[in-house]
Design a protein around this ligand. Sequence first.
Ligand code: NAD
Length: 406
Amino acid sequence: MGIVSTPVIAYEVKGIVPAGSKGPTVIPLVIAVPKELAPGEQRVATVPEVVKKLTNSGYEVRIEHDAGTNSYYPDDLFTAAGAKIAYSRAELLDGARIVLRVQPPTVADIDQFAEGTIVIGFMNPTNNLEAIARMRDRKVTAFALEFVPRITRAQSMDALSSQATAGGYVAAIMGADNCPKFLPMLTTAAGTIRPATVLILGAGVAGLMAIATTKRLGAIVEAYDVRRAAGEQVRSLGAKFLELEINAEGQGGYARELTPEEKAQEQLMVSAAVARADIVITTAAIPGRKAPILITRETVTTMRPGAVIVDLAAESGGNCELTQAGRTVKENEVTIIGPQNLPARVPFHSSQMYAKNLQSFLALLVDKDGALVREFTDEILLASILVHAGTVHHGATRDLLSGGKI
Ligand code: NAD
């Protein structure tokens, strides 16, 4: 993960401290929050509740006009919380020290940042090498929230988890919405309805949320994960855990890749479960790699007519061989949904959780007087620092950049 073991010198300039603190000067630290412009992005990096806390601590918070409109946080709520509304990018960024974002900045965005600006958000480095090179060259500092380590102390900053929670919820609702059946069992004057069967493949954060949501809707829920440790969590939600006699827990709680024999065994068991499900929600991922194929074209032909697959791994290649990212396809009377950016479909709460993650992360960047730290020594900062003062600190990204001669 490219953790830098020695401290990174952050700032040698003294005196940038929030108003009201006892620091040498009282220039408020300006935090800027731009409107997200990526297609389909409805979230915003902060919400009025968090702005209130930041302004009370002495920061100046600037919000780009309309930044929260798509997530139902209008400008006037931000103003009431103490933020200033900026009507242009230039006004937003003038003197801003910290920029909070959801999606990575584009090259055009970066060209508007002053040297030394700190940008915090998802950086998706593998797909954003050009932007990272630009941040390096313009001496912009970037922290990538996807690299925040999954240690207990960092739980409140774990944006991958907060957004996966939203994704798992939406996937369950989408599955139910596209299913021609009721999910609960019903005993009515018009007859008895059997409950639908839901299968969740991958019981990480998103998978567990999908289990909890479909259980609440009354379905019979089965789940499978290569990590045996997930079994206990699955069962605690009232779902059945499908067992395979292997344990593929790798480093840091993530899954390792399976051997070919293990893959064949897994495939047989998963295929049988897929064939009896009305809704299959797949979330299986291995960080930094293409998603594993768990549902082949042949398996789809064994599925019930009207069955639905919601493939949460669509953006990293899909867990179903037939998934097309960003599209819904029908094959053999099975609906296969390849959604992208599901958290953006519940932008009000996704933004709220994300904003809290950022608020916790920001606390690492200031000392007890509210001044920017002079050295990045905290292990969470060292793990998540992507680029700073002209150097790319994330090893894998640095290799990709030098490999591509960027
Ligand atoms: P993820 O998005 O990387 O992957 C989703 C799930 O897919 C994982 O549970 C993984 O084991 C599973 N998977 C991978 N290959 C599979 C296959 N072939 N078949 C079936 N399942 C497969 O995972 P995530 O949701 O980000 O969570 C990863 C782990 O980290 C989990 O154990 C989670 O509980 C843990 N976690 C810990 C903390 C913390 O301690 N602070 C926070 C969040 C998550």
